[in-house]
Design a protein around this ligand. Structure first.
Ligand code: SF4
Ligand code: SF4
Length: 399
């Protein structure tokens, strides 16, 4: 067995176990190999040449959601996500995956790497294929079932001027899923920002954030996408690049100057709202549930902002959701590890008691929205609508 010298940071782990109660997969399985400490020990033994690279080893590493809850709890600052990504990159070529899984990942990566026009075409083809049952056969049902109703216009590239005097100007990162899965969020964000006096640029050169490629060990693709984004946002040196999906925001923070990248809720909270911009009173019987994605909490460190933003709505009362653990979406995890993804989602959905009342489930990440929407559909819950907090804020604007 060969040794691998660039995994010495596994030695930072003092095996204290403080991360274990925070890990969703350990919580579900009570298996040390499905815990952060266990996975670090496995990588450590493999790197030292004491453990062969088996399917079982790959299975335990693939079981990690990369939610980074363990990193937030770790007193020794073990760079856990970096270790997992490095292991996956180094071993990607050897991992045994089914043909269907390989084809699925290849189709997904081609989709995210395409231009905006290619993705729009891909979305239309996907819808047609879905109607014919083809996406279900290819294992894409988890995504297709969670897509919102399609928007008519998904062409937002260009500059969107502030209403009235411009107070500042930002770039908006829309990512690769927006045309297909988050168009209403993009439109709502532009509307809210413009209303608050913010000019919004949407660059045509921006790419997928690269997270999907990096987390699956496809480093060459990830580096290319990251470079595309560095070039796209370098052209006019924006003060802020605003992200709408916390999964993308987390990835973009390590691509661009991290301080420039900000989640939309945090940015909107940082603005002084002009007196003429008012939000309508919420006096509906509908319940509003707030789900906070793990990427917003653990990587963007902005988990408190959607709540702060939503509490600007007069009369707003938010219901709690069981979101201590990752909901199971985690990029392509919901496709690759459907059983664990569904079990984690069940915990979130069980905490939402729809009864006969309609409601809204707000979440700041497009992947979580897709996964949760698909889960509600599987439970035949039709009276809970899933949307981004900024879409809800836009719907309450009265100026
Ligand atoms: S990243 Fe999340 S799933 Fe993976 S080991 Fe850490 S806490 Fe567990
Ligand atoms: S909290 Fe950190 S040091 Fe402790 S076991 Fe977990 S990863 Fe290792």
């Amino acid at each position: 067995m060969s040794t691998h010298c660039n995994f010495s940071d596994t030695d930072l782990c003092v095996k204290c176990g403080l991360c274990l109660p925070h890990c969703p997969t350990y919580n579900k399985t009570q298996d040390e190999n499905e815990s952060p400490r266990g996975r670090i020990a496995l990588i450590q033994a493999w790197a030292a040449g004491q453990l062969p690279e088996t399917e079982r080893l790959h299975g335990h590493i693939a079981g990690c959601l990369l939610c980074r809850a363990c990193e937030s709890a770790c007193p020794a600052n073990v760079p856990y996500a970096e270790l997992i990504n490095r292991f996956r990159a180094e071993t990607a070529a050897n991992e045994q995956k089914s043909l269907l899984s390989k084809l699925r990942m290849s189709a997904l990566q081609r989709f995210v790497q395409g231009s905006s026009a290619q993705r729009q075409l891909g979305s239309r083809l996907g819808s047609l294929l879905n109607k014919a049952g083809g996406t279900r056969a290819a294992g894409f049902a988890a995504v297709m079932d969670g897509l919102p109703a399609p928007e008519h216009s998904v062409d937002w590239v260009g500059f969107h001027p502030a209403l009235g005097e411009e107070r500042c100007r930002v770039d908006l990162f829309t990512g690769c899923m927006a045309e297909m899965a988050d168009a209403a969020t993009v439109k709502a964000a532009i509307r809210v920002l413009n209303t608050l006096g913010v000019g919004v640029r949407v660059s045509a050169q921006q790419s997928c954030c690269g997270a999907l490629a990096r987390h699956s060990g496809n480093i060459a693709t990830a580096l290319r996408l990251e470079q595309d984004n560095r070039s796209a946002f370098k052209q006019h040196e924006p003060d802020k690049v605003i992200t709408l999906a916390s999964g993308c925001g987390s990835a973009l923070m390590s691509t661009l100057d991290g301080g420039k990248v900000q989640d939309i809720s945090q940015f909107l909270d940082s603005l002084a709202w002009p007196a003429h911009v008012q939000l309508a009173l919420w006096d509906s019987q509908d319940k509003v549930f707030l789900h906070t994605p793990c990427t917003l909490k653990n990587t963007q460190k902005a988990g408190a902002y959607p709540l702060k933003l939503l509490m600007r709505i007069p009369g707003m009362q938010l219901q709690t959701v069981a979101d201590r653990y990752c909901c199971g979406a985690a990029g392509s995890y919901m496709l690759e590890q459907p059983e664990m993804a569904a079990a984690l989602r069940d915990d979130v959905l069980d905490s939402i008691s729809p009864g006969s009342a309609a409601g809204l489930l707000l979440t700041s990440n497009v992947g979580c929205a897709i996964h949760l929407r698909a889960g509600l559909k599987a439970r035949n819950v039709a009276n809970i609508k899933v949307m981004h907090p900024v879409q809800f804020i836009a719907s309450r604007l009265i100026s």
